[in-house]
Design a protein around this ligand. Structure first.
Ligand SMILES: Nc1nc2c(c(=O)[nH]1)N[C@H]1C(S)=C(S)[C@@H](COP(=O)(O)OP(=O)(O)OC[C@H]3O[C@@H](n4cnc5c(=O)[nH]c(N)nc54)[C@H](O)[C@@H]3O)O[C@H]1N2
Ligand SMILES: Nc1nc2c(c(=O)[nH]1)N[C@H]1C(S)=C(S)[C@@H](COP(=O)(O)OP(=O)(O)OC[C@H]3O[C@@H](n4cnc5c(=O)[nH]c(N)nc54)[C@H](O)[C@@H]3O)O[C@H]1N2
Ligand SMILES: [Mo]
Length: 830
C-alpha cells in the first residue's frame, strides 16, 4: 500500500469521528479543524500553487522534495521545485510582533521609525486584542473610511484561504473600509478597452490556440513574454499554454517579435526580432497604418461594417489636424526602426493570415491607454478580427489564455460578505463604497481630501489613518519607493498579515504570522479561462511555529467585535466546511449538466474526493476548440453588437470626447511619455524596463535558493547592452549603481546583446533592502526596480501605473559591497 493510500485511510477515519461528534464540541472551529484529519508523516501528497499542481514528498513530517504533478510540455518551470525553501525560510514570521514604539504608545507611535524600529514578540491573544482595540479607536475617531483595506496583491491561490477577500469580509462586518479600483497588471487597458470594444478584453478567453495553429500564417508577439509569464496563473496554472507555445515553435510559421528586449520567448521561438525604443509602439502602429492607408491595403468593408470613427481618426493619421503626417519616416524617427522595416511589417500583416498577440508591458507606461487602442485600430484596418485563428489577443501570455475551455462545475469561493462582493479576480468587483484607483495609493496617503479625475468621474481621497494589508507586497510593487515610504509614515496604524519579513511586513506596526498553502486546507480551479479541472490543496504539513491561517486571524478579530460579528463572519463554518460547500456547488452543477453521461467525468461526493487527493479533470468541448473571439460580432454586428455605445469598435469614442481630458483624447494618439529616449533634455541616460521576473512571481520566491540561479554578484541582475557597457567600463558580474533623482539601487551587471542600446532590463520584485532604513534616499542593496520608477497615472482616464516609463543612470560600483540584510530576521528586542 502506498503512503498516499495510508493517508486516505486515516482521513476517512477522522471524518467518521467528526460526523458523530456532538455539535456542542464543535463550537471551537479551529480545534475542530485540528481533528478533522491528520497530516501524513511520510509519503507523497498533491498540492498546488500559482505555478501549478505539485507533488510533495514528506519525510518525518517535513517537506523534502517538490516536483511538478503533471507534464504538459518540455518547458521546465523551476518555480515548482522550491516549496521547501518557502516553508522553512530563514525569514519566516514565526510569531506575532509589535513595533517597539507602537507598543509603548499607540497614540503617538513614532511612524518615522517604521522599518527601523525593534520588534517585540507578543502573544497571539495580545496581538488580536491590540488590533481590535486600535481598529475600534480609529473607527470612533475618524470613521471606517479612514481604514484602507484595498490590500492589493497576488497572495496564494485557493478558494477558501483567499487573504484579500477574507480581509474584506471582516471589514464589511465592522462597518466597511476604503478599497481600491483596478489593478497593477492592466490598469490602463481594462479601462480603455470597454470604451473601444465593450469588454475588458485583457481577462477574456482567447481565440483557441488550435485554431491559431491551424489558420494563422504569421504570428506577431508584441510586447509579451509568454515563455516566462505563463509560469504562473491567477488560480492554479493548468500549464497548457506551454504546450501551445511549443507547438507554435514547431509549426514553421513566421513569428515576428516586437520588443526592446530579446526576451526568453523570442529566444525560445527563435523569432524575428524588431526592437523599437520603449514606449514608442503607438508611433510604430501609426506609421504602419499610414502605410496601409496610402498603399490602399486596408479593409474598407470591415471599417464600414464593424467600426465607428475611422473618418475622424484619419485626419489625425494624415496630419490634417496637427500638421504632422504619421508617415513611416516620422515613425522611424521616434521608434528608431528603419522606414523600410515599418513598411514591410505593415504589408506582411496585411498580406497574410495574421494573429497579433500582445502582452501588457506596453500599457504599463505613461499614456498606456493608447497602445492597445491603436493596436485594435490597426487590426480593424487589417480586417481579420473575428476570423478563425486571426485578429488580435491580449491574454495569450497570461493564465493559459487560448486553451480550449471545458464544460465544468465551477467551485464556489469565500466572499466579501456584501451582495456585490466577489470572489474571483476580485479587484474587478466592487465590495466597498469608498475606493480610489489602486496605483494612486501613495498619492492618496499623502494628499487626503485631494480630488482626482477618473474615467469620467471625480474621486476624493479620504484621510487614511489605518492600513490593513494581507497577501501583497506594496513596498516592492508600488512605483517610486522613496515617495511610497513617506506615504507609509502617514497613518497611525499599519497591520500586515504575512508569511515572511518582507519589506512591507517590516513597515508595519503589528505583524501577524501566516501559514503557507502547504500548512492548511484549500481547493482551487485549474486554470483561469478554460476551467480544465479542480485540484484539492490538502494540508501537507503541520503549521510552522505560531503561524495562523488568515481565516483564523480574522475570525478571532471578529470575535472581539461581538459574538454576532463572529457568527456572521464564520457562519459557524470551519475551513473544511467551506471547502466542502464550494466543492458541492461545483458538483451539483456537474450533476445538472450530466457530465458523467456526457463525457464520463465523475465528481464524487466531497469526502471521497478529499480522501482520494487527486485532481478532477473536465473534458474540453468542441465549442471550446472552435472558439473564435468576435466571431458572433463578425457574423452579425446587429444581432451580436459589442457593449460599446455604438455597438461597434470605437476608433473614435464620443464618451471619452465628452470627458474633455488633455491626456487622453477621443481617438488613439501618439503622446510623448514623461521620460523616454527621444526627449529633448533627458534627466538620465537609459530607459529602464522592469519586466516580470522569469524565476519569481513578483517578489514571491525571491527568498528561495532559486535566487542563486539568476542573481549576479548576489544582487538582482540588470541587462546592459554590450556597446553601452563598454562605454561605461562595465563587465558581466560587476556591481553597478543604478540611479536617478528618485533613488538608487545596487544591481549585478549582465552584459548582453539581447537588449538594445540605451535600454536596460531589471525585473520587478527584488525585495527592497535599504542600506539605512532611517534615511529615505538610501541605497537599496538588493535591486528593487521601483526605487527608480515614476509614481504618476497613465492619464486621467485610467490612472494606471506607469512602471515601464523610466530613465536611469548607471555606473560601476567601486565601493565595498554592503551585505544584504533583507532575507534575515529584523532587529528583535532582547
Ligand atoms: N516596476 C514594476 N512594478 C510592478 C510591475 C512591473 O511590471 N514593473 N508589475 C505590477 C503588477 S502587474 C503586479 S500584479 C504587482 C504584484 O505585486 P504583489 O502582488 O504585491 O506581489 P507578490 O510578490 O506576489 O506579493 C504577494 C505577497 O503575499 C504574501 N502571501 C502569499 N500567500 C499569502 C497568504 O495566504 N496570506 C497572506 N497574508 N499573505 C500571503 C507573499 O508572501 C507576498 O509577500 O506588482 C506591480 N509592480
Ligand atoms: N514568471 C512570472 N510570470 C508572471 C508574473 C511574474 O511575476 N512572474 N506576473 C504575472 C502578472 S501579475 C502579470 S500582470 C503578467 C504580466 O505580463 P506582461 O505585462 O505582458 O509582462 P511584462 O514582463 O511586464 O512585459 C512583457 C514584455 O513587454 C515588453 N515591453 C515593455 N515595455 C514595452 C514597450 O514599450 N514596447 C514593447 N513593444 N514592449 C515592451 C517587455 O520587454 C517584456 O518583454 O505576468 C504574469 N506572469
Ligand atoms: Mo499583474
Amino acid at each position: 500500500m502506498s503512503n498516499l493510500d495510508l493517508s486516505r485511510r486515516k482521513t476517512l477515519k477522522t471524518f467518521g469521528a467528526l460526523a458523530i461528534m456532538p455539535l456542542i464540541m464543535q463550537t471551537n472551529l479551529f480545534a475542530k479543524s485540528k481533528v478533522s484529519f491528520s497530516v501524513i508523516k511520510d509519503g507523497e501528497i498533491l498540492t498546488a500553487a500559482h505555478w501549478g499542481m505539485l507533488k510533495l514528498t514528506i519525510k518525518d513530517g517535513l517537506i523534502v522534495k517538490s516536483e511538478p504533478y503533471q507534464k504538459t510540455s518540455n518547458i521546465k518551470n523551476p518555480l515548482q521545485l522550491h516549496t521547501q525553501d518557502l516553508v522553512y525560510a530563514k525569514d519566516r514570521i514565526k510569531f506575532p510582533y509589535v513595533r517597539k514604539s507602537y507598543l509603548e504608545n499607540p497614540d503617538s507611535p513614532k511612524p518615522e521609525l517604521r522599518g527601523a524600529d525593534e520588534w517585540v514578540r507578543v502573544s497571539y491573544d495580545e496581538a488580536i486584542k491590540l488590533i481590535a482595540k486600535e481598529l475600534k479607536k480609529t473607527i470612533k475617531i475618524s470613521g471606517n473610511e479612514s481604514i484602507f483595506a484595498g490590500s492589493y496583491g497576488w497572495k496564494s491561490p485557493g478558494n477558501m484561504q483567499n487573504a484579500r477577500i477574507l480581509l474584506h469580509r471582516f471589514m464589511n462586518q465592522i462597518g466597511g473600509f476604503t478599497g481600491s479600483l483596478g489593478d497593477y497588471s492592466t490598469g490602463a487597458s481594462q479601462i480603455i478597452m470597454p470604451h473601444v470594444l465593450g469588454s475588458i478584453e485583457v481577462y477574456e478567453q482567447q481565440t483557441s490556440w488550435p485554431l491559431v495553429l491551424e489558420h494563422a500564417d504569421v504570428v506577431v508577439i508584441w510586447g509579451a513574454n509568454p515563455y516566462s509569464t505563463l509560469k504562473i496563473a491567477w488560480t492554479v496554472s493548468d500549464e497548457n499554454g506551454f504546450k501551445y507555445l511549443e507547438e507554435l515553435k514547431n509549426s514553421g510559421k513566421k513569428i515576428i517579435f516586437i520588443d526592446p528586449i530579446r526576451n526568453e520567448t523570442c529566444k525560445f521561438l527563435d523569432a524575428k526580432w524588431i526592437s523599437p525604443r520603449p514606449n514608442t509602439d503607438v508611433a510604430l502602429m501609426l506609421g504602419m497604418m499610414y502605410e496601409l492607408y496610402t498603399s490602399k491595403k486596408y479593409d474598407q468593408n470591415f471599417l464600414d461594417t464593424y467600426t465607428t470613427g475611422f473618418d475622424k481618426f484619419l485626419p489625425y493619421l494624415l496630419g490634417k489636424t496637427d500638421n504632422v503626417a504619421k508617415t513611416p519616416k516620422w515613425a522611424a524617427k521616434i521608434t528608431k526602426i528603419d522606414e523600410k522595416t515599418i513598411k514591410n511589417l505593415a504589408h506582411t500583416l496585411f498580406d497574410n493570415k495574421t494573429m497579433i498577440m500582445s502582452g501588457w508591458g506596453m500599457q504599463r507606461a505613461h499614456h498606456g491607454e493608447q497602445p492597445h487602442w491603436a493596436l485594435v485600430t490597426l487590426c480593424a484596418m487589417l480586417g481579420q478580427i473575428g476570423l478563425a485563428g486571426r485578429g488580435f489577443g491580449f491574454s495569450y501570455h497570461y493564465s493559459n489564455g487560448g486553451t480550449p475551455s471545458a464544460k465544468a462545475g465551477i467551485l464556489g469561493g469565500i466572499n466579501s460578505g456584501t451582495s456585490n462582493g466577489g470572489t474571483g479576480q476580485s479587484w474587478l468587483q466592487k465590495s466597498t463604497n469608498s475606493a480610489f484607483p489602486v496605483a494612486r495609493i501613495a498619492d492618496a496617503l499623502l494628499n487626503p481630501g485631494k480630488t482626482i479625475d477618473h474615467n469620467g468621474s471625480k474621486i476624493t481621497y479620504p484621510k487614511i489613518d489605518f492600513i490593513y494589508w494581507v497577501g501583497g507586497n506594496p513596498l516592492v510593487h508600488h512605483q517610486d519607493t522613496n515617495t511610497n515610504l513617506k506615504a507609509w509614515r502617514k497613518p497611525r496604524t499599519v497591520v500586515v498579515n504575512e508569511i515572511y519579513w518582507t519589506p512591507t511586513a517590516r513597515m508595519a506596526d503589528i505583524v501577524m504570522p501566516v501559514t503557507t498553502i502547504y500548512e492548511r486546507d484549500d481547493i482551487s480551479m485549474l486554470g483561469d479561462y478554460a476551467n480544465l479541472g479542480i485540484t484539492p490543496m490538502k494540508k501537507a504539513i503541520e503549521k510552522v511555529e505560531e503561524s495562523r491561517n488568515d481565516y483564523e486571524i480574522f475570525s478571532d478579530l471578529a470575535k472581539e467585535f461581538g459574538e454576532d460579528t463572529y457568527k456572521k463572519y464564520t457562519q459557524d463554518k470551519s475551513d473544511l466546511d467551506w471547502i466542502r460547500e464550494f466543492y458541492e456547488s461545483a458538483r451539483s452543477q456537474a450533476i445538472k449538466m450530466d457530465l458523467e453521461n456526457l463525457n464520463g467525468v465523475v465528481m464524487k461526493p466531497f469526502d471521497e474526493f478529499w480522501a482520494e487527493n487527486k485532481p478532477i479533470f473536465f473534458t474540453q468541448t468542441q465549442e471550446g476548440y472552435d472558439f473564435v473571439r468576435y466571431a458572433d460580432f463578425r457574423e452579425d454586428p446587429i444581432l451580436a453588437p459589442l457593449g460599446t455605445p455604438s455597438g461597434l469598435i470605437e476608433i473614435y469614442s464620443e464618451t471619452i470626447e465628452k470627458m474633455n481630458y488633455d491626456d487622453c483624447k477621443a481617438h488613439p494618439m501618439w503622446f510623448e511619455p514623461i521620460e523616454w529616449l527621444g526627449m529633448k533634455e533627458k534627466p538620465a541616460k537609459f530607459h529602464l524596463i522592469s519586466t516580470h521576473p522569469e524565476n519569481r512571481l513578483h517578489s514571491q520566491l525571491n527568498n528561495t535558493a532559486l535566487r542563486n540561479s539568476y542573481s549576479i554578484n548576489n544582487r538582482e541582475p540588470i541587462w546592459i547592452n554590450t556597446k553601452d557597457a563598454k562605454v561605461l567600463g562595465i563587465k558581466t558580474g560587476d556591481l553597478v549603481r543604478v540611479f536617478n533623482k528618485r533613488g538608487q539601487i545596487l544591481a549585478g551587471a549582465l552584459v548582453s546583446d539581447d537588449v538594445i542600446s540605451g535600454v536596460v532590463r531589471l525585473s520587478e520584485g527584488a525585495w527592497y533592502d535599504p542600506f539605512d532604513p532611517l534615511n529615505l534616499n538610501t541605497l537599496d542593496k538588493n535591486g528593487s526596480a521601483n526605487v527608480l520608477t515614476i509614481d504618476m497615472p497613465t492619464s486621467k482616464l485610467a490612472n494606471g501605473n506607469i512602471s515601464h516609463t523610466c530613465l536611469v543612470n548607471i555606473e560601476k560600483f567601486t565601493g565595498k559591497a554592503p551585505e544584504l540584510s533583507i532575507f534575515k530576521e529584523p532587529k528583535m528586542q532582547n
